[in-house]
Design a protein around this ligand. Structure first.
Ligand SMILES: *Cc1c(COP(=O)(O)O)cnc(C)c1O
Length: 403
């Protein structure tokens, strides 16, 4: 049995999505920008329909959807595009320490071009402080960028409240909603989000295609294109459209619109069962992030004194999850998201992210629970630290020898 519980990294493509894409590889090979023959029209029809399906999921106008290669590109286009377009109004951008690298690295890059960035901290539960956000806004602030739901913890930020603050101060609000779109309702117009980045491969569509919602009315937002060329996508993103990918993305959006509530209900029960089993059968495990404001299919758990990467090796590659350690060139670094929540390096390294998905079954979760319980017990049986802990040694006061 191979169990995939890493749906926040990428989701499998829904077979119904694949079926819709297939004709666009061979029978309908046109370039959607070819205006003078039926092959082009056919491809354009496919793209137009997908744009409508995606707009319906967000309750926005199809003209407000710009296709890109994924959320990384959408984040870059939104942040760099706003900075360049509104530079004369100011250079200050506010974001959060727990954002995805696609946002953090983009902001970081903009400092070379004269941007000033404020990184808001989060509380232990992963939520930002609204008063701190409001206090950070100044006359030069042009953009607030806060992700809808966190990829590592599933924590959902208070989007409506953030939208209200941005509205009050006349500041643009951008959100990386990659982990939220298609899983929970994400209606930018109701929230006051002006730019929304998301991607197909996190919502059961194909990889390599994403979108950016850009508000066209009250306010009419413009972003400077980051790629020069044929002027596709209303001049905001040049390049021949990935027609089969976009058609699949559209189908994925339609399925999500119709099924997300049923999926969320089933998956939250399954997630809760996973959590309940693990926390009742194992000592010393902690759930990371706010449990009332989080995505229905995600849980992030620290198993004290058990190193996550080692624990994963006990699964014999039968279970795919994600650990709270990030591989850098030289070493294993604790996840910066968990560190931002105040976890020490040890607890961050001992955490595992479980992200369930549309195709996760009850049997798979039960199988994973058994492997997890056995794996944690095995690791702890071998661990001198765990033995000391069980003997009541206060590990925080131990003087570790240098050699
Ligand atoms: C996956 C992810 C991205 C990157 O999306 P790609 O389509 O792979 O570029 C950006 N932001 C968040 C929150 C993500 O989870």
């Amino acid at each position: 049995m191979r169990v995939y519980l890493d749906n926040n990294s990428t989701t499998p493509c829904d077979p119904r999505v694949v079926d819709t894409m297939v004709p666009y590889f061979y029978q309908k090979p046109g370039n959607s920008a070819s205006r003078n023959h039926p092959f082009g029209w056919e491809a354009e029809e496919g793209v137009d329909y997908a744009r409508e399906q995606i707009a319906a999921l967000l309750k926005v106008d199809p003209k407000e959807i710009i296709f890109t290669s994924g959320a990384t590109e959408s984040d870059n286009l939104a942040i760099k595009g706003v900075f360049e377009m509104y530079r004369s109004k100011g250079n200050h951008i506010i974001t959060v320490t727990t954002e995805h690298k696609a946002v953090l690295d983009t902001c970081d890059k903009l400092t070379e071009a004269g941007a000033e960035i404020t990184y808001l901290k989060v509380a232990e539960d992963g939520l930002i402080d609204l008063a701190e956000l409001e206090a950070a806004i100044k006359s030069t602030t042009i953009l607030v960028s806060v992700m809808w739901a966190n990829n590592e913890t599933g924590v959902i930020q208070p989007m409506k409240e953030i939208g209200d603050i941005c509205e009050k101060h006349g500041v643009l609000f951008m959100s990386d909603a990659t982990q939220a779109v298609g899983k929970i309702p994400t209606y930018p117009k109701e929230i006051g989000v002006h730019l929304l980045a998301f991607t197909s491969h996190k919502m059961y569509g194909p990889k390599g295609v994403g979108a950016l919602y850009v508000s066209r009315k009250s306010p009419r937002v413009k972003v400077t294109a980051q790629m020069d060329g044929g002027g596709h996508e209303r001049g905001m993103r040049s390049g021949t459209l990935n027609v089969p990918g976009i058609v699949g993305f559209g189908k994925a959006a339609e399925i999500a619109r119709l099924e997300m509530h049923a999926d969320a209900e089933r998956l939250s029960k399954l997630r809760d069962r996973l959590e309940r089993e693990l926390t009742s059968r194992l000592e010393e495990c902690y759930i990371n992030g706010n449990v009332d404001h989080r995505m229905p299919h995600v849980t992030n758990i620290s198993f004290k004194h058990v190193e996550g990467e080692g624990l994963m090796m006990t699964f014999n590659q039968n279970i795919a999850v994600s650990s709270g350690s990030a591989c850098t060139s030289a070493s294993l670094e604790p996840s910066y998201v968990l560190v931002a929540l105040g976890l020490g390096d040890d607890l961050a390294h001992s955490s595992i992210r479980f992200s369930l998905g549309r195709f996760t079954t009850d049997e798979e979760v039960d199988f994973a629970v058994e492997k997890l319980v056995a794996g944690v017990n095995h690791m702890r049986d071998l661990s001198p630290i765990w033995e000391m802990y069980k003997e009541g040694v206060d590990l925080s006061n131990v003087q570790w020898s240098e050699h």
